[in-house]
Design a protein around this ligand. Sequence first.
Ligand code: G
Ligand code: MN
Length: 246
Amino acid sequence: MNSGFTERILDSLLAHYQPILDLGTGEIIGCEALARYRAEDGSVVSLGPVIEQIEQEPANLRVLLHRLLACVSRDAIPLFNRYPHFYVSVNVPPVALGGGHGRRVLEELGLDRYLRNLVIEITERQALGDVGREALAIARELGMRVSVDDFGTGHSGLLQLVGLRCDTLKLDRSLIESLVTDPTTQRLLRGIVALAAALRVNLVAEGVETPDQAMFLRAAGVDYGQGWLWSKAVPAEQLELLLQKP
Ligand code: G
Ligand code: MN
């Protein structure tokens, strides 16, 4: 592995924020922090293609979490002060939370006073593993809410999920893609809405791209949505402008 490359990426890490909206009122209730880095040509690019390389070294994941939360601390604390119910959902590598590291970082960055404004996002797959479970327990103990990402991608042991005590399920984009045209997906969605109601968890639909999808989701009883229909992930200054819109 080219560790110089990884180091450079982590050094230039920044966060963009994608709004999460109430499908009923259109109000922005929170956002997801998505990690980006500045490429050599100055453009800001997604971490997606290089994340596997970064993940090879657990120490990198701690650096990643630290950098990401440093961005959240700088960008979002003013928003938390202005909008007390506004939250930032952060994709957290579960190993990075353990051993007291999560707590230390939150304290160091002054985020320990804003734990109610933070949501930890862990993928369905991670959430069902031992390290993921431990991370969820730590997050809850700290007072953060927990969101299961990529729900519906096929890894879920439903019964296991019931035991997770999460606050939110994020419906995977793949499900939303086929929603308007595929009756099987529509039935599946109704089942998930019923499940979410029984478990008393919120549902956020990810990857909403069209008004049809949004209408369908709302009619089916999904309360919240996120996707390009409303906004891509944007820099903090733009998020602030979006929040000021009536
Ligand atoms: O699974 P996770 O929530 O971490 O995925 C977020 C990714 O999905 C980001 O890279 C983001 O840019 C992308 N994304 C966000 N909204 C949309 C959308 O409406 N359509 C598509 N195709 N991708 C999206
Ligand atoms: Mn996510």
